[in-house]
Design a protein around this ligand. Sequence first.
Ligand SMILES: Nc1ncnc2c1ncn2[C@@H]1O[C@H](COP(=O)(O)OP(=O)(O)OP(=O)(O)O)[C@@H](O)[C@H]1O
Ligand SMILES: [Mg+2]
Length: 245
Amino acid sequence: MIAVRDLKKRIGSQEILRGVDITVATGETLVIIGRSGGGKSVLLKNLIGLMRPDEGEISIDGQSILGLSERELAGVRRKVGMLFQAGALFDSMTVEENIAFPLREAGERNQHVIDQQIAEVLEVIELEGQQKKMPVNLSGGMKKRVGLARAIINRPSCILYDEPTAGLDPVVSDSINHLIRRLQERYQVTSVVVTHDMKSAFHIGDHIAYLHEGRIYFYGTPEEIQRSKDPLIQDFLVGRSTLAD
Ligand SMILES: Nc1ncnc2c1ncn2[C@@H]1O[C@H](COP(=O)(O)OP(=O)(O)OP(=O)(O)O)[C@@H](O)[C@H]1O
Ligand SMILES: [Mg+2]
């Protein structure tokens, strides 16, 4: 479903991605972990064409997305939902207008259908009755969940999640993890999840990729990464800094 080959991206004088290779099979969940500032969000933005790589290949569902026009990219984006790290809600729109945005973009005009779908998805993210609120009046975790609702509302076949559980309480985090699993099991959704939350990584990931210095340093199943003797991986998993006290 997703194939990335030798992806390179430089921003200014900084080489962020130095040759990333990843493959995600249909219906699979790939978790990407790595140090803060390592380029995980940049990688996701390249995958939906919000940033263009300097070199490499990206294909989504068998279609190369490089060199596509904005209009062609819009077609790809209908297949791919994205939850942005900071939520990225439209501040001037209510919760329901934000969530309905992808439906309207896709041409849905029937208000009854839209209302119905919004009510359904609000139930899933446990924000029933919050339709009319403005983003400024939501807590951080609520914004994140509205962003999630917007990412899944038009049933994309592929969803990219940037830190879906960061800043959420443990109970909501757990329900988001279950939601990601459920979407995978019920609708065969292909997912890429960037997270710092190792518990959720082990729970939802079929595979885990560790992005380090612009490349995928480790790739394996949750069991494989937990068994890894690599010092870099071990330090990351237990959250050990290399600085001495
Ligand atoms: N639009 C941009 N302009 C300039 N630099 C950018 C831009 N986007 C990202 N960067 C730089 O690219 C690097 C990687 O950023 P990125 O947001 O991908 O990190 P990350 O791995 O997602 O980190 P975190 O775990 O903290 O979210 C950082 O040094 C960042 O400053
Ligand atoms: Mg990030």
